[in-house]
Design a protein around this ligand. Structure first.
Ligand SMILES: [Zn+2]
Length: 345
């Protein structure tokens, strides 16, 4: 059985967004389920810490960091149309980054095989200079850059299954061949980026791989994207570490997408990624929470993820198949186009 770390701390509840869809109930309900199902006791607790200014500056401008800090210091406010900072948000966002870094250090030190960072605010939309899409600092991007510098890695794979394209992560590593960014997402959808043609620049050409998918894709379509694209990509890239932007908003019950994944579908995707980590990089795998807004779907999907990481078979999916399911689209031509662009056949 694998040793699996869970990064969590009640400080993550203090990013107070009021009635916003990205609110503290997401973690409260998830932690309650992990405790009730006795899964919590099987995980290695990893405490977060505040990331230092130097660490956050690995990917963010000082101007951006100061702006988040000053919004919080002034009592909070909207950084963009849908991204809110409360008085505590700056400190909480530092703890989210620092939590992911502590999870990463635990994985790299071999204290755990894999880790899941149950943190908020999320991160993958935050660019070097801007907060957006509920994200203040880009947790997974800081982790990738930190892994390069501190752990001297030069091949890091980031897989992002959030339903929204991780524009911030893509932008930060767009010219960097040492960080391969792979994303499946609903398209066209917020934030608008993530086409097949966006495939990196300069030395990073070919190291951004987008699989934009139409509405109503379900477990089968997403699993195909991971089997047919991510597996050959990862085997070619030979990562030393796999990071995952784990967003559970493609779930069929989630109000922020039109996708139709089930909890079992997330378990299937995570199994593929875990097998790649076990085969290619001694299991070195760290997942960090991004989206997922239907509380029951989110908590059960995270539970299924953790079961897979532990090497268990997840139990029955309590939400079951999509209610009022739409016929999934044919994604053959999209997958073929991605394979052709990235020379996967
Ligand atoms: Zn999302």
């Amino acid at each position: 059985m694998s040793k699996v770390g869970l990064v969590y701390h009640p400080i993550y509840l203090k990013h107070d967004t009021g009635g916003h869809v990205e609110n503290s109930s997401r973690l409260v309900q998830t932690v309650a389920l992990l405790e009730k199902s006795k899964l919590m006791g099987k995980l290695v607790a990893i405490s977060p810490r505040a990331a230092t200014l130097e660490e956050v500056s690995l990917v963010h401008s000082r101007n951006h960091i100061s702006r988040v800090q000053s919004y919080s210091a002034r009592g909070g406010g909207w950084l963009d149309g849908d991204t809110y900072a409360s008085p505590a948000s700056y400190d909480v966002a530092l703890q989210a980054v620092g939590g992911v870094l502590n999870g990463l250090d635990a994985v790299m030190a071999g204290e755990v095989n894999h880790a899941f960072a149950l943190v908020r605010p999320p991160g993958h939309h935050a660019t070097a200079d801007e907060a957006m899409g509920f994200c203040l600092f880009n947790n997974i991007a800081v982790a990738a850059e930190y892994a390069k510098r501190k752990h001297k890695l030069d091949r890091i794979l980031i897989a992002d299954f959030d339903v929204h394209h991780g524009n911030g992560t893509q932008e930060i590593f767009y010219s960097d061949p040492r960080v391969l960014y792979f994303s499946t997402h609903e398209y066209p959808w917020y934030p608008g980026s993530g086409s097949i043609q966006e495939d990196g620049a300069g030395e990073g050409k070919g190291f951004t791989i987008n699989v934009p998918l139409p509405a109503y894709c379900g477990d089968n379509e997403l699993m195909r994207a991971y089997k047919e694209i991510l597996i050959p990509v990862a085997k070619r890239f030979q990562p030393q570490l796999i990071l995952v932007s784990a967003g559970y908003d493609p779930h069929w019950a989630d109000q922020l997408s039109l996708m139709q994944l089930t909890c079992s579908g997330f378990a299937g995707i995570v199994s593929i990624i875990k097998e790649l980590a076990d085969e290619l990089c001694q299991g070195k795998l760290l997942l960090s929470l991004e989206g997922g807004y239907h509380l029951e779907a989110l908590s059960h999907s995270i539970k299924a993820t953790l079961e897979v990481l532990l090497g268990n078979t997840p139990g029955a999916d309590p939400l079951g198949k999509p209610r009022g399911a739409m016929v999934p689209p044919d994604i053959d031509s999209i997958l073929e186009e991605v394979k052709a662009r990235h020379k996967l056949k």
